[in-house]
Design a protein around this ligand. Structure first.
Ligand code: WT7
Length: 653
């Protein structure tokens, strides 16, 4: 990243100190940074003691064959025991683990004691279906409690799961089943989305017609919607029958700390999906620790809610493993934020008295677009800490989130991490950090990260470059499933001895880290590197803009030209002169070089279900190419809408 463009970019100067109550009672204080800096491995060994080990580890890190790490290698533990049974044994069996809220309004409270019984039954059922330790199980489910039970049952018997996001196509499911060589698929007839039952089972049937899926012996089906579904007798089994008839007792076996826990395929990239492999002891240590530290969880009184889907790593680490390892009470919501009305989320916060909320910038911007009056109708005073994850959060959205959801009172923690890192890596601590809207700020205690230039040299404060992780961490991916070479090439070859995250970043004058999006999304305009994130952030700081997506399109004069796709606030019609005003606004915020050449108002932006804008598709539009693969889009019809607008695209030329 060139420094000329960076000089103009740091315009956000608002600061927010931690509230006195949070600072006074914080689980983790500033002393943690010092302790971890003094003895990083000792610090992680101490965090591993949050877990119940059948055999306590005596080794912390084995880094003798980098980048293939082993953490706590001589320890043994069972993940499901840690997430469920030990809380019951500690006398907390009556504590609610999950408040389930179905989209149609049905609800169910599941205590830790009930969860223990269901997970045990499911583990027994998997055993009966012949699933052995080490066998892979694919999970393709809506957001219902059985999804969590299924994951924990797999963990309990040491069968790595591969959760495939419920809105992925039969093709995407088939590829993932084949790559992991899954033997059993757990699914449901369907789930509720946008006010209607939406079928899942037919996609499984279709996926299983592919030759690569021939090793699947059984499909375990939860009845959620009751809709009619095709049935293959002998292969398909109802959950309520096969699980329901099992004993409620199951003795968890302890596995090696490096036993595989799950495979999760990363989305959004082209080519064969990468099966990210996570293992047991280090992963559970870091998700439990970060959930405790960053959300300041008080398990007796907090009600935590992460709005992610379990098909995404956020759902694995911060719906299932982190919160449950910590004995939290959490909300699990099946549906969309606007069913049956735009205030559904805030109604849920009020209903359950949610204290800790974790969501994504895309959702926050959508709520901003719907209007301040919607959250204002609900009592959100229970909220104590708000979290953000998934993409850089622009300062306007950060400040809106704190003000309109957090009552101008709650800390906002912007947590940077990846499917590959398994757990949070860079984030403020809510009781310690003087918060800067738009910045993830500081590596967590025990984490080493920095920003380097093209040659791998650490950049000075005030400069930008590439985000790298400089020391191994407990929840790091261990490899790409079945492809060690790709693991080495993708993450460890760009910079000697360091993990390359693929993100651009800069350090401000205080050394705090600001994420700039994927490096593939950096534009080159007349010899200047300009980050898409920063132009988008400048656009949404204009009062008329609700959302923006920016791409660089090939341009004969300037290498790339900046093209912006914007959604107008309140969906109002586009007034004369707005495009010119927006260009001038960006120019004033970031400098004339960052001024978009074309600005196109659209109704929707193409996004993956994890909220990432698919810039690749917008580049196709901007360069008048045929569209690439759209199968991971939430709503593929969005692209038709955008393309239909093109002929009248406002542009300066
Ligand atoms: C990529 C990882 C982390 C779980 C969800 C996404 C972007 C994520 C932030 C953040 C700026 C962020 C990065 C990262 N990202 N969180 N707080 N600030 N960017 O997991 O699908 O593996 O995506 O998401 O670009 O590399 P993922």
């Amino acid at each position: 990243m060139s420094n000329e463009s960076l000089a103009n970019l740091m315009t956000e100067t608002r600061r927010f100190a931690p509230p006195a109550e949070v600072a006074a009672g914080a689980n983790v204080t500033a002393a943690a940074y010092e302790a971890a800096a003094e003895d990083r491995l000792g610090y992680w060994a101490e965090q591993a003691r949050r877990l119940s080990w059948e055999r306590e580890p005596t080794e912390t890190l084995d880094w003798s064959n980098p980048p293939f790490a082993k953490w706590f290698a001589d320890g043994k533990l069972n993940v499901a025991y840690n997430c469920v049974d030990r809380h019951v044994e500690a006398g907390n069996g009556d504590r609610v683990a999950i408040h389930f809220e179905g989209e149609p309004g049905d609800s169910r409270a599941i205590t830790y004691a009930e969860l223990q019984r269901e997970v045990s039954q499911a583990a027994n059922a998997l055993g009966e279906l012949g699933v052995a330790t080490g066998d892979r199980v694919a999970i393709y489910m809506p957001m219902i409690p059985e999804a969590v039970v299924a994951m924990l049952a797999c963990a309990r018997i040491g069968a790595p799961h591969s959760v495939v996001f419920g809105a992925f196509s039969a093709d995407a499911l088939a590829t993932r089943i084949e790559d992991a060589d899954a033997r059993v698929v757990i699914t449901a007839d369907g789930g509720y989305r946008r006010g209607a039952p939406s079928a899942l089972k037919p996609a499984v049937d279709e996926a299983l017609t592919r030759p690569g899926a021939a090793n699947v012996r059984n499909v375990l089906v939860v009845r959620r919607t009751g809709q009619d579904i095709p049935w293959t007798s002998g292969r398909d089994v109802w959950w309520h029958e096969a699980v329901g008839r099992q004993s409620e007792e199951h003795t968890p076996e302890a596995f090696d700390a490096e036993h595989p826990l799950f495979i999760l395929y990363t989305s959004g990239t082209t080519g064969k999906p990468k099966g990210i492999l996570h293992t047991t002891g280090g992963y559970l240590t870091q998700v439990a620790y970060t959930h405790h530290a960053v959300f300041d969880l008080k398990p007796e009184t907090d009600v935590y809610w992460c709005t992610a889907d379990i098909g995404w790593v956020t759902g694995h680490s911060y719906i299932v493993y982190g919160p449950l390892a910590n004995g939290a009470t959490e909300v699990l919501y099946e549906g969309t934020p606007n069913t049956p009305h735009n205030g559904r989320w805030w109604e849920i916060v009020e209903k359950y008295g949610v204290t800790l909320l974790y969501t994504a910038p895309t959702a926050i911007r959508t709520c901003m677009k719907w209007g301040d009056d919607i959250p204002a109708r609900f009592d959100l005073s229970s909220l104590r800490i708000l979290g953000s994850v998934g993409e850089p959060i622009n300062p306007e959205a950060w400040v809106w989130y704190r003000k309109h959801i957090g009552g101008d009172r709650t800390p906002v923690v912007d947590t940077w991490w990846q499917t590959e890192t398994g757990a949070m890596m860079i984030s403020p601590l809510p009781g310690v950090t003087l918060a800067k809207p738009g910045s993830a700020q500081t590596p967590l205690p025990g984490i080493s990260a920095t920003v380097v230039d093209d040659d791998g040299n650490e950049v000075a404060n005030g400069s930008g470059g590439y985000l790298t992780l400089t020391e191994p961490w407990p929840s790091m991916l261990r490899t790409i499933w079945g492809d060690d070479q790709r693991f080495l090439d993708t993450y460890w070859s760009r910079f000697e001895g360091r993990y390359f995250a693929g993100d651009g970043a800069k350090k401000d004058e205080d050394g705090d880290i600001w994420l700039l999006g994927r490096v593939d999304d950096v534009m080159l305009v007349s010899g200047h590197n300009i980050s898409t994130t920063e132009v988008e952030s400048a656009l949404v700081s204009h009062p008329r803009i609700a959302e923006a997506a920016v791409v660089g399109a090939t341009d004969p004069q300037t290498t790339q030209a900046i093209c912006a796709f914007v959604i107008l606030r309140g969906g109002a019609p586009q007034e004369e002169g707005l495009v010119e005003e927006l260009r001038a606004h960006v120019s004033k915020e970031l400098g004339p070089i960052a001024k978009p050449k074309r600005i196109l108002a659209v109704e929707e932006l193409p996004k993956t279900r994890s909220g990432k804008i698919m810039r690749r598709l917008l580049r196709d539009v901007a360069e008048n190419r045929e569209l690439g693969d759209v199968t991971t889009l939430t709503d593929p019809a969005v692209m038709d809408l955008i393309q239909s607008k093109l002929p009248s695209a406002p542009s300066e030329d």
